[in-house]
Design a protein around this ligand. Structure first.
Ligand code: 16G
Length: 295
């Protein structure tokens, strides 16, 4: 099943057809019109054939994925190998792969290749516990990892100095990471911590809370604000979700025991992986009233 990339340029009508009309002696113009219509019909048939071909190549790839053919690394083989395996031209293969990327079956990772998109783990996150991403994932039997987007000591942005309650000249450690669970992107976190809470130097640890624990400034309380947002193209590509998908925009300000602010983090969490769960109780006054009420 090899589709010719040049097919789309061929209308099936040219000098040979014109000459044939002349020789056959038909009314020249009506013969040309008939031949041209035949060409258009041929083109429509070819276009339908190509669409069917992309679909069947896509279906063949999906079957291979379901059969676990690429399960070891999730990485699709190179174009040459794959087009030989499926017996299609590279043009056809590229179109079929683009279709599967749009469907969310495959994902392009910049500079790394095309991967099978595994379904993300589903996480229920209580809103009352102050835990770190690393701990949360470990508790669920998942392996946490990070891809660093930005890391270093900087002067704070006006938002960071306001949220942390520090002077614009105080250095912060900024850490922006893509957070992954079992290799699947879950969230983008952009954290800022006054450098003095980390012993004055960027930490070596992967876990920010482990580093704060080590320096004696692990947060004990936090205020967190969640709202729904539509994800942009750049963050969507990092999270491997289509641009325009819903995500959770979370701002956390964390405090140490004496009330000083130690962390300001803005995050985008994938809304298809996270359920944030809050336990609700009656206020003490309302409880007394309801317990005192006659059955
Ligand atoms: C959590 C926190 C984040 C904190 C991170 C530390 C939310 C929404 N965010 O993901 O504020 O910086 O944990 O994780 O819960 P780490 O210790 O693994 O670096």
């Amino acid at each position: 099943m090899v589709a010719d990339a040049n097919d789309s340029l061929h209308l099936g009508f040219g000098p040979a057809e014109a000459l044939l009309c002349f020789i056959m002696g038909q009314a020249y113009t009506s013969c040309l019109v008939a031949a041209s219509e035949k060409g258009m019909a041929g083109l429509r048939a070819k276009s339908a054939h190509r669409t069917a071909l992309f679909a069947s190549v896509g279906a063949a790839l999906k079957r291979e994925i379901a059969a676990g053919r690429f399960a070891q690394s999730d990485l699709l083989p190179g174009e040459r190998e794959l087009s030989a395996m499926l017996d299609v031209s590279r043009t056809t293969l590229r179109r079929a792969i683009a279709g599967l990327v749009d469907e969310g079956v495959l994902v392009h990772r910049h500079g790394a290749g095309t991967f099978v998109r595994r379904s993300p783990p589903h996480v229920e996150q209580p809103l009352s516990r102050l835990t770190s991403f690393t701990e949360d994932m470990r508790l669920r039997g998942l392996t946490a990892s990070s891809r660093v987007i930005e890391r270093g000591a900087f002067l704070p942005t006006p938002e960071e100095s306001m949220m942390l309650g520090i002077s614009p000249s105080e250095t912060v450690f900024r850490l922006a990471r893509l957070r992954l669970a079992d290799g699947v992107p879950m969230a983008i976190e952009r954290a800022a911590v006054p450098l003095r809470f980390l012993g004055g130097a960027p930490p070596a640890e992967d876990s920010l809370y482990a580093a704060l624990e080590a320096s004696g400034f692990r947060p004990v309380r936090a205020l967190q604000r969640l709202r729904a947002v539509v994800i942009g193209a750049v963050d969507g590509a990092l999270l491997e979700i289509p641009e325009g998908s819903a995500a959770l925009d979370i701002h956390r300000i964390a405090y140490i025991a004496d009330g000083r602010r130690v962390e300001f983090t803005r995050s985008f969490y994938r809304s298809d992986t996270y359920d944030f769960v809050a336990e609700l109780t009656l206020s003490p006054g309302a409880r007394v009233r309801s317990e005192g009420a006659a059955p």
